[in-house]
Design a protein around this ligand. Structure first.
Ligand code: NAD
Ligand code: UDP
Length: 319
């Protein structure tokens, strides 16, 4: 049986990846220090003989006994309010953590895929974003701690490939949503749904004309799965190109949830990108991948998940 290490396993994407690899017949080792994750996301896996969990901070030396065939490095705060709250940890997990995992991949002769992000493009001046765009990031702005950690992560990953011959893959993930996002992680999907379910007005930051393009988690996992087993070593955008303004997205959620609430406006966070849409030509060409779940279907499933919380839990999650 092939063994795979997944860091960030108790988080949103990591937990879905654990499920997928268990389903595909892998031995999965999940690793997480629970800084933004929750064991609830993987507790259903604890009864499986094919799943092991290590509570470990990957910025410290990472040791895993036995052979390893693959590593997926997904540990990192991913929501702006998380990485603004824990900026140093964010820089460390992208830099020191990635270094540790690349060292482990080299030692074990394992293939490693690292989770990069559309944030490497910053507030993009090229639209939609292609992989050969170098980006527009403010290194010293508040989001720089995440963006630059991810840019360093890509550089050190390519260096390990070039200088040590490690088999590496780089996915640039665009806004992905679905069940198991943390209710209070501040990202727009749980924020708006949480507000609607609590009977509060939806908070739009800025004028709401900034755009995002939302990808359902199952599509994202499929893209990552295909990339891992492809022989393509350069970064690949995985996301859904269906772009929408945040204002229109709020209106969609109001309709979907049937809430009587309206929208209210708050200040736009510093360096919040004004537009974002993935160009997925490369993913189509090298992976034969494109998203198949549209926003209406994906949001319906996501709402079902959040409706599983009691009013008390919803109230507690308010930030
Ligand atoms: P998440 O916060 O739900 O999960 C991240 C997990 O990493 C958490 O369980 C957290 O506890 C763990 N973690 C953080 N620092 C750690 C450390 N030092 N050691 C061990 N574990 C640590 O976020 P997510 O949305 O699942 O994101 C997962 C990965 O995907 C991140 O690397 C993120 O940058 C990337 N990504 C996600 C999106 C998205 O839209 N969800 C977009 C772009 C990139
Ligand atoms: N946003 C918003 N209201 C909220 C949370 C987010 O208007 O309550 C906006 C945010 O300013 C950004 C977009 O929604 O323009 C997406 O934000 P998110 O934090 O989900 O992701 P990111 O900015 O990293 O793409």
């Amino acid at each position: 049986m092939k063994r795979i290490l997944i860091t960030g396993a108790a988080g949103f994407l990591g937990s879905h990846l654990c499920d997928r690899f268990i389903k595909e017949g892998f031995k999965v080792i999940g690793m997480d220090n629970l800084i933004t994750g929750d064991l609830k996301n993987i507790e259903h896996l604890f009864k499986s003989e094919d799943f092991e969990f290590y509570n470990h901070d990957v910025t410290k030396f990472v040791h895993v006994p036995g052979k390893l065939d693959y590593i997926l490095h997904f540990a990192s705060p991913a929501s702006p309010i998380d990485y603004l709250k824990i900026p140093i940890q964010t820089l460390k997990v992208g830099s020191l953590g990635t270094h540790n995992l690349l060292g482990l991949a080299k030692e074990k002769n394992a293939r490693i895929l690292i989770a990069s992000t559309s944030e490497v493009y910053g507030d993009p001046l090229v639209h939609p974003q292609t992989e050969d765009y170098y980006g527009n990031v403010n290194t010293i702005g508040p989001r720089g701690v995440y963006d630059e950690a991810k840019r360093f992560q890509e550089s050190i990953t390519m260096a390990y490939h070039t200088y040590h011959g490690v088999e590496t893959r780089i996915v640039r993930i665009f806004n992905t949503y679905g069940p198991r996002m943390r209710l209070n992680d501040g990202r727009v999907v749980p924020a708006f749904i949480g507000q609607a379910l609590r009977g509060e007005d939806l908070t739009i930051f800025g004028d709401g004309l900034q755009t995002r393009s939302f990808c359902y988690v199952d599509d994202q996992v499929e893209g990552i799965y295909r990339l891992l087993f492809s022989d393509y070593i350069y970064p690949v955008n995985i996301g859904n190109p269906d772009e929408i303004t945040i204002k229109d997205f709020a209106e969609e959620i109001i309709k979907l949830t049937g809430t009587e609430q309206k929208v209210i406006y708050k200040d736009l966070p510093v360096n919040d990108p004004l537009q974002r849409q993935p160009d997925i030509s490369r993913a189509k060409e090298v992976l034969g991948w494109e998203p198949v779940v549209d926003r209406a279907e994906g949001m319906k499933k996501t709402l079902e998940y959040f409706k599983g919380f009691s009013q008390e839990e919803l109230q507690k999650s308010e930030h």
